[in-house]
Every structure is written in C-alpha cells, then in structure tokens.
Design a protein around this ligand. Sequence first.
Ligand SMILES: Cc1ncc(COP(=O)(O)O)c(C=O)c1O
Length: 385
Amino acid sequence: MLKVGKGANAPPFIVMDVIAAANARQAALPPNAPSVIRMEVGQPGTGAPAGAVAAAMAALRSGDALGYTEAFGRRSLRERIVGHYRDWYGLDVPLERIAVTVGASGGFPLAFLAAFDPGDRVALTSPFYPPYVNILTALGIQPVILEAGPETRFQPSVAMLEKLDPPPDGLIVASPCNPAGTMLHPDELSLLAAWCDGAGVRLISDEIYHGLNYDSPITTAASLSPHAVVVNSFSKYFAMTGWRVGWLVLPEDLTRSVERLAQNLFISAPYISQVVAEASFDCHDELRANIARYRRSRDHLLQALPEAGFTRLSPAEGAFYLFADIAERSNHSTAFCARMLAEVGIAVTPGVDFDHSRGNRFLRFSYCGPEEDMREAAARLKDWR
Ligand SMILES: Cc1ncc(COP(=O)(O)O)c(C=O)c1O
C-alpha cells in the first residue's frame, strides 16, 4: 500500500458541512416556503465595498496582464497597509515587514512554518477557530489546548500559561475572537505579549476582526512586541471574503524566511484582489455602515435570544458571533442544530467544531447576515423549544 502522509488526516472544518446541509434544505423547500436563515457562516452579508469593485472593473478593462506580483504583494498595497497601522494604531511599521497573503488562511501556514518545527508545542484556548488546530496538526506541530470559560471571556490569561511546564513554543491569540466574539482588552493583550517575550514564546495574534469591535478599543500585538506575528485579512471588516487577500505583519527575524516560503507556496496573492484591497482603504464610510448594521443585529439578538431560551450567551464584544451555552437544553449540539435547521429553518454551527471536549453544549450564532433575517431568526426561535 502506498504511504499517505499524516497531514492527510487533517479533520474537516465542520461549518463547511453545515453550509452544505443548509444549502440542501433550501434546495428542497417548496417555492413559496420561508427561506433558510443563514447564521452558520462568518461571512459578511454584503460584498466588497462599491469603490473597491469599481477599482476591480477598471483593472480588468485596463489591458494590464494582471500577472504575478512580488511574493509580499504590490508595493502600493503594502504602503496602504503601512498607512493603516499609522491611522488606526498610531504605529509606524516598516514596509519590509508587511506581507500580503492569500487571506488570513494563507498567512497561517507561512507563519507556523517559519516560526515552529514539527514537534513544537503551540498553546491556544478552546473554543478556537478550527483551522488553527487543524493546520498545526497537519504540519506536525502539537496544539496545547487551554480550556477557557466565561471567567476569562473565553480568552487566555497569563495564569493559564504559567501552569504549562515546560512553556509552549508559541501562543495563538485572537481578539475579537471566533467563535465567542469576545476580546482581549489592551491591558490583557499587553500582559500576554510581555509574558511571551519574557518566556521566549512566539506570539501569533489573529487580528482579522479588528474594526468589528463594539465597546472595547483594539490594540495590535505589533505595537506590544517586536517578536509577534500579526495575521490580518480583508475578509471581515473589509467584507471581501471571496477575493482571498490578507496580510501579515512580521517580526524582523522571520521576514526573509516567510518571503521564501511565500515564493514557493503561493508565488503571490491574486493581482486583481490586491487592487481591490488597496481601493478598499478608501471605503471606510461604507464599511462603517456595515458595522452599524451588525451592532443593531447584535443588540436585537442579545435582547431576543434570552427570551427564546438562550440565556447563557458570551459577551458579544466584537466580530459577529454569539456563543451560546445550551447545556440546559441539550448535550448534543450537532443534533440540536440539525433539529433547529429542520424545524425552524435556521442554520447555526454546533460547538463541536470549536471545542473538542465541551463543544457539545455550545453553539455559535453568526449575525452578519441581512438585518431583517436576523430579526426573523429571533422571531422564529421565540416559540421553538
Ligand atoms: C478567526 C479567523 N481567522 C481567520 C479566518 C480566515 O479568514 P480568511 O478569509 O482571511 O482566510 C477566519 C474566517 O472565518 C476567522 O474567523
């Protein structure tokens, strides 16, 4: 029998299976039946902002070859990203440390391969964004799971890290995070960054939901540690999921190795997407209107879901997720979510995707869909038990 690599055992990203089930249910509905409400995906209901789409059309008509770019992306886009750090965080990041990637997803293998070796241990809290664990595992790196709960808003703390003996080689944090929608407040992220630097632990900070924070301010790990790797993307605040473009802010010691990896693994992010990304920096008004919509949906759900029996919700500080503890209603979140889809036509994601040991008592609502759908979902759930 031919050998099959261990990486081939990477588990599925279960939300993709939920998407398929919701599509199948929608396709099977009679023509005038109420549609399935999509609360399973973390994908903005709107597409790229209008100004960015216009830039894409102009690029397509220009006759340019739209070929490869340098592995770290077009200089003009990297300059805009440098400007973004100045505008949002008051931070000067040298252009050499900015790498444009194929979404945040394309940034993870680059960061993990450059920073860690097979057998290294990388800590992260559960619940987590599933690909962190799945990519680490596929690369032979060992995820070290720190179980977090409402006491730390599902976020890591220095106390949790100090219990690890030996200390891990790396720590992944995300703020705002997926699936809990909670944040590390600036003082908390600062303590974690200082602990990592003191212990020689590489901090990887997923900042993809920056800009989608409702009450608490954001801070970037790039301003707290020269050794941190920051992962970001145009998929969420910039609402450009399908364009597949993101970026890394790299520490100096990893810059060249990530560039070599990017040359070999991806050559470059798609040219057209880089054009669109660049133009999206001029579309903040439109993007802020999206946030106002998410905030209204969040506020409505925070009031309506408890009335519908979802009383234990994570504090919804950012992103567009509500993580619900459903222990009082079910100890089998996959079956519970399947029943919700079948009986009231609402697709949500079972917690097992995000937490392998406790996930059966949680589910995740995503509220980035159309505002009227989010209100309709709350109404459908009101009398559903
Ligand atoms: C926390 C987190 N990181 C990364 C990603 C991947 O984003 P991208 O579309 O930029 O690859 C997602 C997507 O949902 C996410 O929730």
